[in-house]
Design a protein. Structure first.
Length: 290
């Protein structure tokens, strides 16, 4: 079925055919945005700030029982603090799920519906199809990461007021500065999740089971977190993307430190580029029968 790549003579000579115009991004974006899993995931992320708001209301002052003040203890100080806490509690696992879902479900779902071969026979070139799928998957992943802090900032501001971001170690960031730093945090979280996106996308080109691609990416990400907890690995942990996933905390300090984020970005981008390249290379040679 490799001839389904859309590079046959008839495709090249067809009047009006332009490979770059097949499967426009806006069409793929609308298709993916209307899917139930997209709406459900968006609802879950938007609901998290309200869940935490209720939890803090029931539990009272989060900092009243601890001698050592942490970011969690300052959650009710302002809307900016509440948004930072939402990112902190979701960065380790919750934000992994939409990335794995949007990037892992995209190609495998077409195969499971037996529509992938018809897309390629349209003819949509294989590279064009993957680029469209990947761009939309990454776009939805970024939107999910932006949605959470935006909703949290709005909910936190309504509940606790608009004010500076109080830092557990002392000091505070003015609201304007805090908003800029939170934007940097979201950008770094997105970059750090590119490894999960690469894993999910690569697996999506290897299987006809969307759940296998999504679950495999989440599972391998968890394995990375477990390995990072093994202190016996020593400096080898520096090569694990999970080792740098909370380096963004250095950005919400009075004097930010960027070295950890720079190292984390380099590691994540390197892994992601390799995984994306494997996905494109493998799919270009794959016999598509679904």
């Amino acid at each position: 079925m490799s001839t389904l790549a859309g590079h046959g003579p008839s495709a090249q000579s067809a009047s009006g055919y332009r490979a770059g115009r097949t499967l426009p991004l806006r069409v793929e974006l609308v298709r993916q945005f209307k899917r139930r899993r997209t709406l459900i995931m968006g609802g879950i992320l938007a609901a998290l700030p309200f869940v935490l708001l209720v939890a803090f209301a029931i539990g009272g002052d989060p900092g009243g029982r601890n001698a050592r003040v942490t970011l969690m203890d300052t959650a009710t100080a302002s809307g900016a603090n509440f948004a930072a806490v939402n990112l902190f509690v979701s960065a380790g696992f919750l934000l992994v799920i939409p990335v794995a879902l949007f990037c892992g479900d995209t190609v495998a779902s077409e195969a499971s519906w037996s529509s992938l071969r018809y897309l390629l026979a349209a003819p949509v070139p294989r590279a064009r199809l993957l680029w469209s799928k990947l761009a939309v998957g990454l776009g939805l992943s970024l939107a999910a990461m932006v949605l959470l802090p935006v909703v949290a900032l709005a909910v936190g501001t309504a509940a606790y007021g608009w004010g500076p971001l109080e830092i557990p170690t002392g000091g505070a960031l003015e609201p304007g500065t805090a908003a800029q730093r939170l934007a940097v945090v979201v950008a770094y979280l997105f970059v750090s999740q590119l490894v999960t996106a690469g894993l999910a996308f690569w697996l999506s080109t290897k299987t006809d089971a969307p759940l296998g691609a999504v679950g495999g990416a989440v599972g391998l990400t968890i394995v990375g977190n477990v390995l990072d907890a093994v202190t016996a690995l020593g400096d080898w942990r520096d090569f694990l993307p999970a080792h740098w996933q909370f380096a963004w905390a250095d950005a919400v300090q009075p004097h930010p430190e960027w070295s950890g984020m720079i190292q984390g970005t380099a590691v994540s981008v390197t892994y992601a580029l390799v995984l994306f390249a494997l996905a494109f290379r493998g799919f270009a040679r794959k016999d598509v029968v679904s």
